[in-house]
Design a binder for this molecule. Structure first.
Ligand code: DP6
Length: 324
């Protein structure tokens, strides 16, 4: 029999977004992306492959998942079984410290933790590059959560060539990410579905591929130079360009809700009054704000005045995959 393996993966926030695939099954993206792994949002997953099981058994935050919700995880386990050339079912138990489906990429930490625990539990000993490639099969954003700090996902062109590389694993730069959790409900349009609609219908899609390539180059320079203003500006613009793809799709859709716009407006007005901060947003209504440490408490008090202290979470750069 095999061993039970537990792994922890942290979520990541993309500063240059991934928003579209050239290959649905292999999740090869249309563009390269760059993210910061965060420290307070993570997933712990334990996997045990057990010859006695007649099907995969999956629990999520202590509850057994319905067949429909388990499907994506079972499909991923099939990829792992394929790779290991073994036909054995698994017991999977996941604890999530990320608000699910609220735009904090729980699928990033989720599939990174599952890739790490399942591959090791089945007896594969993958290096980080191959682990990143495997995590990609679960969810694109999970590709980057193998590493800590600033991480680049090089789009590549095939299963072999599409994986993440660390850009700066140890971040000795006092920056915070402030998450404003305006809405915790499940999103209407999944990112997988949304990005495909954008690829297929947005008239701006080719412009997106062009500008995000340039933004990626520029943000890497800004990070290396510790140029917070430049990094923030590029990240905010890239986020808005991604959301412009949703607005310009057919059918059109958006992840903005009224409170997201309120947060964005507040960031703009704080910035014009001299408090340097920039926002980014993913496939959900919650807004994440980049701020230098010396300005964090001022920003937090402004946000708490408007949205309440239970809605504001301060975090910073986090590590890569950890095994228990
Ligand atoms: C907006 O990784 O959730 O967070 O590959 O279909 O699982 P799938 O999509 P997913 O998309 C993340 C989109 C994003 C931007 C990003 O994280 O780069």
């Amino acid at each position: 029999s095999k061993n039970k393996v537990t792994a922890r993966a942290y979520t990541n926030i993309a500063l240059i977004k991934y928003w579209g695939k050239v290959d649905q099954k292999l999740k090869i993206p249309t563009t390269s992306s760059l993210s910061l792994t965060l420290k307070d949002f993570y997933t712990d997953t334990s996997v045990l492959f057990n010859e006695k099981l007649l099907e995969d058994k999956i629990t999520f935050n202590g509850q057994q998942l319905s067949e429909k919700k388990a499907e994506r995880i079972v499909n991923f386990l099939d990829v792992v079984r394929d790779l290991a050339q073994q036909n054995v079912y698994a017991e999977v138990s996941t604890i999530n410290k990320v608000p699910t489906s609220a735009g904090l990429a729980s699928s990033a930490s989720g599939f990174a933790a599952l890739a790490a625990s399942a591959s090791k539990a089945i007896g594969l000993n993958l290096n980080k590059k191959d682990l990143s490639r495997l995590a990609r099969r679960g969810s694109g954003s999970a590709t980057r959560s193998i590493y800590g700090g600033f991480v680049e996902w090089e789009k590549g062109f095939s299963d072999e060539t599409s994986y993440a590389v660390p850009f700066e694993e140890e971040v000795d730069w006092p920056i915070n990410v402030v998450a404003v959790m305006v809405n915790q409900s499940e999103k209407q349009m999944s990112s997988s579905k949304g990005m495909q609609i954008s690829v297929n219908t947005s008239p701006y899609y080719s412009a997106w591929e062009k500008v995000s390539k340039k933004a990626l180059k520029e943000i890497k320079v800004a990070i290396k130079n510790r140029d917070f203003d430049r990094m923030g500006k590029i990240a905010e613009e890239n986020a808005m360009q991604m959301h412009a793809l949703t607005l310009s799709s057919s059918p059109d859709y958006t992840y903005f809700d009224a409170d997201s716009l309120k947060v964005m407006n507040l960031v703009h007005s704080l910035r014009s009054s001299g408090l340097t901060c920039y926002f980014t947003m993913d496939a959900g209504p919650n807004v994440k704000i980049l701020v230098e440490k010396q300005n964090t408490s001022k920003l937090v008090s402004e946000l708490e005045k408007e949205f309440g202290s239970d809605k504001v979470i301060v975090t910073s750069a986090g590590p890569g995959i950890e095994y228990q």
